[in-house]
Design a protein around this ligand. Structure first.
Ligand code: SF4
Length: 446
């Protein structure tokens, strides 16, 4: 009998991508096989993102399409997991998608086999059921580069953000679990580890006394975890996302200098005006943020620093936006992911503030920051010309190899040989806004 098939659609951030690797494990264990096509799937499952209204609207559109498919194939099971069900406490969003047979927050993933069997007894299965979805071992999409979730949920309650509602309060995995997972990945060939958490540097190890070695020099749990990952043979690169500026302790800043840490830090600032930061409930001032940047650059002078910014937050005046422009210049960010504020029901900002910056004005502010970023990134990239950088090759096509440098710069070079998975040194020959062109110097490791 042919195996039943599932089609998994992952929207949103790296955390969702990592969660989808856990969903794949559960469905594989049920004897199903993944298909890249919606048309021959017995189950279509969307791992949803709820960060902006446009992301949600996209899901509603897809559900209408899937509803039409279900009319032709009544056995088709349609599911939605991820952030959308997580934040839908009153069922208002659920009511808008009658096509969904399954609708569950990701923390309920261990229940999926039971629900599938209820919908179709052919899926009855007696596989393992973990209590905690983070304990489900992911089916890793990439052998060399692996995401490892160390935490889920968030306690910060930034006023614009749905995460504390969609994922619940912060929950950390024991250090021993995290380190065992990474050791196992390293034995299977992983060289790059990205630690994931909503406020990843707020990490607390419940097993601090037994999870870390005696030689570990750090008292801060996140810095201590980074030190332990640094000791794991085979791992060459470590990075993490997303840290919170408040938790950039001196030890976490020091840990950026550990030999395997990439030469890059992504540190969301969100706004460059104290009053806007206060209304966002970000819990730091511009001066405090810039002090963190100063300390980071004092320890790691060549580090690349990226950020996230929201423009057009409730009540953001022209002058307050210009403060964000000034902050961008003062911090001299290498890259920024800028978003126009999108009100999300259930959040404090949605309840307390008016979304009063017109859309066209949000767009104008977005474009101004985008222009500033493009100028800055080109200037910074030009400083790499003539320098050697180390690249982990992740793609090769028609004689062109590419990958990211330790500064997280996309770098391309010609290579007759397929070097995917190799670590190489290249010399940068030309800089563009989004890419460094280079020539191969040597292969460090295949
Ligand atoms: S720190 Fe703020 S923006 Fe980040 S996940 Fe938590 S509430 Fe959301």
């Amino acid at each position: 009998m042919p195996r039943a098939k599932y089609h998994l659609i992952t929207l949103g951030c790296q955390m969702n991508k990592s969660d989808s690797e856990r969903v794949a494990t559960v469905l594989d264990r049920m004897g199903m096989e993944e298909t890249g096509s919606e048309d021959d799937a017995d189950l279509i499952l969307i791992n949803s993102c709820s960060v902006r209204q446009t992301a949600e609207d996209r899901i509603f559109g897809k559900m209408r399409d899937f509803g039409r498919m279900k009319e032709k194939n009544p056995k088709l099971i349609i599911g939605v997991t991820g952030c959308l069900p997580g934040r839908d406490r009153d069922g208002v969003i659920r009511a808008k998608m009658p096509q969904a047979d399954l609708y569950f927050p990701i923390k309920d993933l261990p229940q999926l086999p039971r629900w599938m069997a209820e919908l179709n007894p052919e899926f009855a299965n007696e596989g393992d059921i973990e209590d905690d979805y983070l304990a489900v071992k992911p089916r890793y999409a990439n052998e060399k580069q692996t995401y490892v979730s160390i935490q889920t949920g968030c306690n910060k309650f930034c006023t614009y953000c749905v995460v504390p509602f969609s994922r619940g309060l912060e929950k950390n995995r024991p250090a021993a679990d995290v380190l065992n997972e990474i050791r196992e990945r390293a034995r299977n060939g992983a060289v790059e580890i990205t630690l994931l958490g909503q406020t990843v540097n707020a990490y607390l190890a419940s097993d601090r006394a037994t999870g870390f070695s005696k030689e570990n020099p750090y008292k801060d749990d996140f810095a201590a975890l980074l030190w332990e990952v640094n000791q794991i043979p085979g791992i060459e690169r470590i990075h993490y996302t997303a840290p919170h500026p408040r938790h950039m302790t001196d030890e976490v800043i020091d840990a950026l200098t550990l030999p395997k840490h990439v030469n890059y830090l992504h540190l969301p600032v969100q706004a460059g005006n104290d009053e806007v930061l206060r209304r966002m409930n970000r819990r730091y001032t511009c001066a405090e943020f810039l002090e963190v940047i100063r300390k980071v650059r004092a320890k790691s002078p060549t580090i690349g620093i990226g950020t996230d910014i929201i423009v057009g937050f409730c009540g953001e005046s022209e002058g307050q936006f210009e403060d964000t422009v000034a902050m961008y210049k003062a911090a001299d960010f290498d890259i920024a992911y800028t978003a126009m504020y999108s009100p999300r029901s259930g959040t404090a900002a949605y309840k307390a503030f008016k979304d009063d910056v017109p859309r066209l004005e949000k767009k104008r502010r977005w474009m101004k920051l985008q222009g500033l970023m493009e100028d800055t990134v080109l200037r910074k990239n030009q400083s790499y010309v003539g320098r050697e950088v180390e690249v982990l090759v992740d793609s090769w096509d028609h004689g062109v190899a590419s990958g990211q440098s330790r500064e997280m710069k996309l770098t391309r070079f010609n290579s007759a040989e397929d070097l995917r998975g190799a670590t190489v040194r290249v010399r940068v020959t030309k800089a563009f806004e989004w890419m460094l062109s280079s020539e191969l110097v040597s292969v460090v490791r295949r």
